[in-house]
Design a protein around this ligand. Sequence first.
Ligand SMILES: Nc1nc2c(c(=O)[nH]1)N[C@H]1C(S)=C(S)[C@@H](COP(=O)(O)OP(=O)(O)OC[C@H]3O[C@@H](n4cnc5c(=O)[nH]c(N)nc54)[C@H](O)[C@@H]3O)O[C@H]1N2
Ligand SMILES: Nc1nc2c(c(=O)[nH]1)N[C@H]1C(S)=C(S)[C@@H](COP(=O)(O)OP(=O)(O)OC[C@H]3O[C@@H](n4cnc5c(=O)[nH]c(N)nc54)[C@H](O)[C@@H]3O)O[C@H]1N2
Ligand code: SF4
Ligand SMILES: [Mo]
Length: 782
Amino acid sequence: MTVNTGAEIESREVHFRNCTLCEAMCGLRIESHGDEVISIKGDAEDPFSEGFICPKAVALQDLQNDPDRLRQPLRRTADGWEEISWSEALDYTAQRLIQVREEHGRNALGVYLGNPNVHDHGNTLFILPFLRALATRKRFSATSLDQLPHMLANLTMFGNQGLFPVPDIDRCDLFVCIGGNPLASNGSLMSAGGVERRLKAIRERGGKVITIDPRKAETAKVADEHIFIRPGTDVLLLLATIHTLFDEDLINLGHLSDIIDDVELLRLAGEAYPADRVAQATGVAAEDIRRLARALAQTRQAVLYGRMGVSVQRYGGLCVWLIYCINILTGHLDRRGGLMFTQPAIDLPAIGAMSGHKGHFDRYRSSVRGLPEFGGELPASTLAEEILTEGPEQIKAMVVVAGNPVLSSPNGGRLDEAFSSLEFMVSIDMYVTETSRHADIILPPAGPLQRSHIDIVFATLAVRNTVKYSPPLFAKEENELHDWEIFLELSRRLSSRDLRSSIEAEIKYKLLKRLGPDGLADIYLQLGPYGRDLPASERWSGYLEIALQALHPGHPLRQLWKQGPLSEENRDLPKGLSIKTLLQHPHGVDLGPLRPCLPQRLFTKDKRINLAPKIYLSDLSRVKALLSENMEEGLLLIGRRHVRSNNSWLHNSHRLVKGKNRCTLLMHPRDASRYGVRDGEDAEVRSRVGVVVLPVEVTEDMMPGVVSIPHGWGHKRSGVSWRTASEHGGVSVNDLTDELWVDPLSGNAALNGVPVTVKSAASRKDKRRRGETLTQDGSVAI
Ligand SMILES: Nc1nc2c(c(=O)[nH]1)N[C@H]1C(S)=C(S)[C@@H](COP(=O)(O)OP(=O)(O)OC[C@H]3O[C@@H](n4cnc5c(=O)[nH]c(N)nc54)[C@H](O)[C@@H]3O)O[C@H]1N2
Ligand SMILES: Nc1nc2c(c(=O)[nH]1)N[C@H]1C(S)=C(S)[C@@H](COP(=O)(O)OP(=O)(O)OC[C@H]3O[C@@H](n4cnc5c(=O)[nH]c(N)nc54)[C@H](O)[C@@H]3O)O[C@H]1N2
Ligand code: SF4
Ligand SMILES: [Mo]
């Protein structure tokens, strides 16, 4: 036991910041002494999370202190990795990328951006100049493993890919959750620290929570009702809901009735799908579907919320569109307690629109399979073949930033092979991971507590408008760089070498470096709806114009700045936010509940919502086939999340991985006996693309015919640096998921609902324990 001296207690510092590990943005209270974290607790005074944290928060300390985390750039040599200096690493990386570009053209460079990029404002803001410097069409990201269908619906219906509607969970009386498990994930496209408390509050005020999921997941356990659904058939249930709404005269567009187009087309879309017709295929009783439609229509404050289970599957595009439509048809869009829009302090959708990035779809296609681009990115499911297929557009070099696609993309095994065939690869990552082990160079950023933080992405997805800025807790060492600095250094070195462009690049570099993410965030704050309410003449400086031009080239920003981009409708919002004012509010500033804001907030040209964009109507032709699919055969594989994991990269924290093995195959008892596997014993799971062996957990929580494996495991591949993670290896479910199994409309991966077979892989020991007689070759004698 150590006893604190009085002096030590006195020199302890208390620091407040948001947790950056998942979307919930929980407020943390971190006590430190010197450069040591002493404790991480929930910040009871955070206006958003009110003290809630989950067990992962402490991993920030583990990450900061992890001896396996890289502190210095690594270069591959014939005898393994060698540490090299930053200047050598950056020069070498740029030189190799330029070499590939000169030899094979700019589209020979591929980029993959992983999930943590959206959890840091430096990455989110400074990735743009880097992407511009790379200038390739071969961009990929975790978006197409995740929320792409939502972004497609945002773009086609609300006119801006970044304008997500968010459930007003704190004021609804009916919360219907289809394909989300916020108790494990802590909410997604619905940032809401402490979801359990919020769901319980719905029930306490007499409301109801219903989940629709092939697994009776953690959220189902705190709900009033759970309905099993066969994976991938949600589109039928949603069409039947629409059918019921029209059939029973339950349509009520409410205050949006003047701005909604093509309601009749939606009626026609649902016409062929009465509830009775879809009951068998979905496994949901017709009366349950009708009851659901009535409840949504007849509860004044209600919301239908859909997430991974409905977007990351074969009908993801259609599902998200139909979910938005159902909320609109029942009068719940932009209404208190319904599906609402945020008004964040840094208004990313508006900033995107300012620089001409409201989004686009299908402007070009991937070279091999012809899948559509979205917002300048191609689907991650097509990455391996874009590397492995010879041709003029073949990817020869990769830049991977904060991503681990070998574990997170479908058919990770093929990506493993693809990455090892590249001419050059650089990973910007702080570990030697299953992905970065293929790199020639690894560039590690400084630790998570050494940077400042202001949440700019998740504030646009939060169930309440709040904002917080935190300076770094620990100083960065002299020879450490942040991600954004790595981006800037590489962009500068990649710029074209003619005189004019290199002078321009040098000016941009100097300016952006001086401004940094905080300077930029400060401008966006002041430019935003809660910004400084100054006369236009006082707001402008030439310096800002150059900085903003560097980020949003070709746009008349001077004009926008003068007008105030969000002028009229935001007159009544509190004003005066800047980084300086936020520093006086370390727990964050509450900007109030979500407010109705349509039609002003729409980014469509005519400020109207088209309920029936053509792309969806044409995609409906795929749906009929679902009605006649054979439901008795085979098993469908779905994923799951656990509150102590985070995608592929928190398994190096001992306190998060210790205890019972979580990388197991969940299976219903009926299926277990049908396929001859037993609880605790190993099973072999096989799909078109691969096979894994893992322990079985038999549970009534699974729908018969459906099995589940969590993603992000499989750290047993050789050469990775995370020692604790590889001790708790598990298997990668993405060695089973199929890169050809996609939603053809959006190109999003279909990681849920993958057909698999299961058989026993019980060891001799297991079989002996059961008292079975073994033959010579290990099979069971009958
Ligand atoms: N089967 C299946 N697969 C899935 C999913 C599923 O539900 N089922 N979910 C999908 C979803 S929703 C997502 S978002 C993806 C996530 O997949 P990815 O985005 O590809 O990967 P992550 O697992 O988040 O890995 C993040 C990597 O970034 C590194 N890293 C962490 N923080 C930083 C940082 O600040 N800077 C830098 N430079 N590196 C950092 C970590 O070390 C790690 O290597 O997985 C997808 N894959
Ligand atoms: N602890 C933890 N939190 C996380 C993450 C993590 O890895 N761990 N990842 C973060 C990320 S990147 C994201 S995107 C979010 C995701 O957040 P969520 O979407 O809430 O994620 P999941 O827990 O995967 O929930 C998906 C649910 O859909 C169900 N499902 C699967 N297939 C179907 C189907 O065909 N139909 C229906 N109706 N349901 C289906 C699954 O059983 C599961 O319960 O979580 C974030 N938060
Ligand atoms: S739920 Fe957990 S991981 Fe997510 S932000 Fe809160 S403390 Fe961090
Ligand atoms: Mo995600």
